[in-house]
Write a protein that binds this ligand. Structure first.
Ligand SMILES: *Cc1c(COP(=O)(O)O)cnc(C)c1O
Length: 459
């Protein structure tokens, strides 16, 4: 290579300044979409990656590269998906879908100043819990109620406020882990309580609780086993048996209901799940449950029970750290109002509507979608309609499965096909079970949008 050639090649691979590059017309559309600062950042990375190559000065190659690099930032990371996993309240996919009434209330609270802690009549300060506490009392029969960020927070707060520095008795059959680092022994330690385990994994008797009561005991706690079931030779102590024992000994009884429901699911042909009203009726002092599981509202931790205990809980400094924001309070109030007319819940509350869907209706939907689905999947795989069983999810009724119908695919390379469904404009999430890729249609509400994007499937 002659000296002249070398100098020409060096000059050729020396990039223009970042500012000059940012003026390349090839980059204008990208700057329009994501803004100049992100493009400048991408250009610096481009120059680092291509330094010394002729390509570094190629506007078209640079624009394509920057587009690709910034693609994840150009759209939001939290995306809408179709949950066709068969798990209705899927924690990883956001649990309950809110009712239109709740969405409207939340939007109002986001857009406008609102009476979050303001009493309009007196023109004075109010209490944020006052928007939902009367509803929670009416719907559960409790004397008082308060709210926090989630049920894990509710359990932590109840234990901390009522039993810090003292002992709490729990059956070994209820020392659960829910996932996501919620383990009863850990929460107990964080709340500053000493856990006293009684009974065995499968059997705990009233006399086991009685024998564990000592001068340092503050409370007895019951926990809904949620995501597992003890079957066979078992014995648990009901709230109705525990409450008299606790109260004779001056102890309080706390129950973590987990999902907790405000209505009897048997109304819609579903298996029975303990209601908050039943727990209060049995004399439990403080009952905690989630807002975004069976209740069908926003993420929240609800505490209902005797006024004296709820007041102590609400005065605890940790309550301030765990409190609900205005958006979720607005959505929660609107959701609870729907329960005033339980007959209409199946129409108005998505969680109940989805759980109550009849298998025949789901099968008809599968039949309607099958031709478009088969066409999209192509001849490499074998699509068919399959009877399946789904789950409520989020710890409710772990062994009771919901009969449903799925669009199913068998064949080789199902992982690749599942990935293609996840790459659709609105990603479709199914599950692989027993050698089949299954899309349980119980949760498919927006059938038209689902069908419209099927031709874009590219396995
Ligand atoms: C789900 C669950 C929790 C945690 O509730 P979050 O609202 O997710 O914080 C706690 N206890 C039990 C028994 C549960 O089922």
């Amino acid at each position: 290579m002659s000296r002249a050639d070398r100098s020409q090649s060096a000059q050729f691979s020396r990039p223009p300044s970042i500012d000059r590059m940012a003026q390349w017309p090839d980059l204008a559309p990208l700057i329009g979409r994501v803004g100049r600062p992100l493009v400048i950042e991408a250009l610096r990375a481009w120059v680092d990656a291509r330094r010394g190559t002729p390509e570094v000065s190629d506007p078209a190659a640079c624009a394509t590269w920057c587009e690709h690099r910034l693609a994840p930032l150009a759209s939001s990371s939290l995306r809408r998906v179709f949950n066709l996993t068969g798990t209705v309240l899927h924690t990883n996919l956001g649990r309950a879908l809110l009712a239109e009434e709740a969405i409207e209330a939340a939007v109002m609270a986001m857009r406008s100043p609102a009476t979050l802690e303001y009493d309009l009549e007196g023109g004075a300060r109010g209490e944020r819990d006052d928007h939902v506490a009367p509803w929670l009392c009416r719907l559960t029969g409790a004397e008082a109620a308060t709210t926090v960020n989630n049920n894990a927070g509710a359990v932590l707060l109840a234990l901390s406020a009522l039993a810090a520095g003292r002992e709490v008795i729990v059956s070994r059959g209820e020392l659960i882990e829910i996932g996501g680092a919620f383990r009863i022994p850990d929460i107990m330690a964080r709340a500053g309580c000493r856990l006293v385990e009684v009974g065995t994994t499968n059997r705990t008797h009233l006399k086991d609780y009685a024998a564990a009561i000592g001068p340092d005991t503050a409370a007895i706690m019951k926990v809904h086993p949620s995501n597992y079931a003890v079957q066979g030779f078992t014995r648990t102590v009901s709230a109705a048996e525990l409450v008299p024992l606790a109260h004779e000994n001056g102890l309080s009884v706390i129950e973590d209901l987990g999902s907790g429901t405000l209505v009897d699911l048997e109304t819609w042909g579903l298996p029975h799940e303990p209601t908050a009203r039943e727990a209060i009726g049995a004399g439990i002092d403080v009952v905690t449950f989630s807002g975004d599981k069976l209740l069908g509202g926003p993420q929240a931790g609800l505490l209902v029970g005797k006024a004296a205990f709820i007041e102590r809980i609400a005065r605890n400094p940790m309550k301030r750290a765990l409190r609900l924001d205005k958006v979720r309070l607005a959505a929660l109030e609107a959701t609870l109002r729907l329960y005033a007319d339980p007959g209409k819940l199946v129409k108005r509350l998505p969680t109940i509507r989805t759980l109550a869907r009849a298998p025949t209706e789901i099968r008809e939907q599968a039949e309607r979608l099958m031709p478009a689905f088969a066409q999209a999947v192509g001849s490499e795989w074998q699509p068919r309609i399959e009877a399946v069983r789904g789950q409520i999810g989020s710890g409710a009724l772990p062994v009771d499965l919901l009969p449903s119908f799925a669009l199913a695919v068998t064949g080789k390379g199902l992982d690749r096909l599942a990935a293609a469904f996840r790459s659709l404009p609105i990603p479709v999430i199914g599950r692989i079970q027993d050698g089949a890729l299954l899309f349980d249609l119980r949760m498919l509400d927006d059938e038209a949008t689902f069908a419209a994007q099927l031709p874009e499937l590219a396995p």
